[in-house]
Design a protein around this ligand. Structure first.
Ligand code: NAX
Length: 332
């Protein structure tokens, strides 16, 4: 059996963490032979709730869990961690502008970046889930200069999973028959869910999704809108934001980083832009990537038509604006 690894989950008393921790504890993400020491960070008023989560982890009687460390102290939470799920953030309250949310949350990610820099393993893989996820990841990485920027990513896997599920339903096939749907850009409603490179397995042969759907105009209309606004649709139905599916996506994302992509498949994640596809550099932009040996590479050479170009530019522009606002907040 391998040595245990230390994994931190922030926002550990919250609703996404409640589903995520179970996946980590039973070996879905780091593998069935990888023991874990769970570091659970939340804010001081949530320590009582967190104690209940710790009790439940014990009551799951899962053999891979070697220790659980609940804390409100970033120095304890980030000490020697090899994987970090940064889920905790302030939720958007009624009447709150996007700008207010951004300024409250980027400060959290500045503090956590500094703590990662000081206490975590230099090889730590950091996944940011808390919103605005892309910009939080950028800020976090800027304040952790001793950790490679490539180790930071933000989650658009939930959007990818939503896209894949929508395509599978339209094609009337099981969801695992569809692959390579792409999310470009920001995890916000400017994101561009792109089905033009997706393929569907028909009797063991990969067929482009646009061909299988006869270039259905749905692909550039309702499909895009449905995926962009799916989070709001869940909130309106459930009166709470996506949690089970968000936790599943966070597990999928980290599993991809830890264990790599399957040959012939790519995954979408927001990573630091190097200018690929004409996207401005130095923003955390969601691209299709392949992963090998815990390192991602942006998939190159996909043809981009005029429709895609305009959608990709809109979401890049939003990320540039968020970056300016976030840097201004952090500098005072
Ligand atoms: P909850 O409000 O249930 O939980 C958040 C937890 O974070 C709370 O327990 C809170 O006390 C804690 N927290 C706040 N500040 C903290 C800090 N400085 N350090 C540590 N913990 C802190 O929210 P939940 O539904 O779990 O959502 C968490 C975040 O995920 C939100 O920002 C949400 O917007 C974001 N999401 C991101 C998604 C994505 O695809 N990237 C999708 C799902 C989700 O909406």
């Amino acid at each position: 059996m391998a040595q245990p690894i230390r994994v931190v989950v922030t926002g550990a008393a919250g609703q996404i963490a409640y589903s995520l921790i179970y996946q980590l504890a039973k070996g879905d993400v780091f593998g069935p032979n990888q023991p874990v020491i769970l570091h659970l960070l939340d804010i001081p008023p949530m320590m009582g709730v967190l104690e209940g989560v710790v009790m439940e982890i014990a009551d799951c009687a899962l053999p891979l869990v070697r220790e659980v460390i609940p804390t409100a102290d970033v120095a304890v939470a980030f000490k020697d961690v090899e994987a970090a799920f940064l889920v905790g953030a302030m939720p958007r309250r009624e009447g709150m502008e996007r700008k207010d949310l951004l300024s409250a949350n980027v400060k959290i990610f500045k503090v956590q970046g500094e703590a990662l820099d000081k206490y975590a393993k230099k090889s730590v893989l950091v996944l940011v889930v808390g919103n605005p996820a892309n910009t939080n990841a950028l800020i976090c990485s800027k304040y952790a200069p001793s950790i490679p920027r490539e180790n930071f990513s933000a989650m658009t896997r939930l959007d990818q999973n939503r896209a894949q599920a929508q395509l599978a339903a339209r094609l009337k096939v099981p969801v695992d028959k569809v692959k390579n749907a792409i999310i470009w850009g920001n995890h916000s409603n400017t994101q561009f869910p792109d089905a033009s490179h997706a393929v569907v397995d028909v009797n063991g042969k990969d067929v482009p999704v646009p061909q299988a759907l006869n270039n259905d105009p749905w692909l550039t209309n309702d499909f895009v809108k449905t995926v962009q606004t799916r989070g709001a649709a869940v909130i309106s139905a459930r009166k709470m934001s996506s949690a089970l599916s968000a936790a599943k996506a966070a597990g999928d994302h980290m599993k991809t980083l830890w264990q790599g992509t399957t040959p012939g498949q790519f995954a979408s994640m927001a990573v630091i832009s190097d200018g690929s596809y004409g996207v401005p550099a130095d923003i955390m932009y969601s691209f299709p990537v392949t992963v090998k040996d815990k390192k991602w590479t942006i998939v190159q050479g996909l043809p981009i038509n005029e429709f895609a170009r305009s959608k990709m530019d809109v979401t890049a522009k939003e990320l540039l604006e968020e970056r300016e606002e976030a840097l201004a907040v952090c500098s005072h």
